[in-house]
Design a binder for this molecule. Structure first.
Ligand SMILES: [Zn+2]
Length: 221
């Protein structure tokens, strides 16, 4: 894909996410890694609903701004995940309501935020890790993401929102949507004793679809 096509794709997915209420105001940001090692990144203080392809930040491989508006201040979230996930070509970060909500629940397991509720959650988002709360702009959040050593393609920042990597922008967007919808299902069913996928059903998905889920002991999930 050309640089121009990638810019259009970022704007198209950004608008779609914003219009469905998946990230309010000027929250949320998208980045895409280019073949030369540089990045396209959505600008700081820009709403994902109203992006201008020409003003998207173009960074070189060292992270220096080459053209466009200054990139989002949340760029350390992106670089931390790129550094540890070799196959990541795109990252989506949102402030999506249900995913943020579950980070505040007392029973959440930081190694598997959501139980295996649907096959598509596992197939697109895998398991999701929880990173503790950090004040916006605190560089320690990047260290916390790096501490997961690239085992997770989807990470939830406590009281803040998801950061999700994919091999394409479409894959990262779809995985973020699955994470949000699964968080919504979890909240709908919380306290109703729902029947999640069994360890056998999860193993079957792992085998048939070649999933690589982080190792995690199955206590009650
Ligand atoms: Zn954010």
């Amino acid at each position: 894909m050309t640089d121009a096509k990638f810019r259009e794709e970022i704007c198209r997915f950004g608008r779609s996410l914003f219009e469905r209420g998946l990230t309010p105001g000027s929250s949320g940001n998208i980045s895409l890694r280019l073949d030369d090692g540089g990045w396209l990144v959505t600008p700081t203080n820009a709403s994902l609903g109203f992006l201008d392809p020409a003003r998207i930040a173009r960074l070189d491989a060292k992270g220096k701004l080459v053209s466009g508006d200054p990139p989002t201040k949340e760029i350390p979230l992106h670089t931390a995940l790129y550094e540890t996930r070799a196959g990541a070509r795109a990252i989506v970060h949102l402030h999506s309501t249900h995913a943020v909500a579950i980070t505040m629940l007392p029973e959440i397991d930081p190694k598997a935020v959501l139980p295996p509720m649907t096959p598509y959650y596992l197939m697109r988002a895998g398991q999701t890790a929880l990173v503790p709360y950090f004040r916006p702009g605190d560089p320690a959040v990047a260290d916390a993401i790096k501490g997961l050593a690239g085992r997770y393609s989807s990470v939830l920042l406590a009281n803040h929102g998801p950061v999700v990597a994919g091999e394409t922008l479409e894959a990262a967007v779809f995985a973020t949507e699955e994470l949000e919808e699964t968080a919504k299902l979890y909240l709908l069913l919380r306290g109703l004793n729902p029947r999640y996928l069994s360890p056998e059903q999860v193993s079957d998905l792992v085998r048939v679809f070649g999933l690589t889920l982080p190792k995690h002991d199955e206590h009650g999930h």
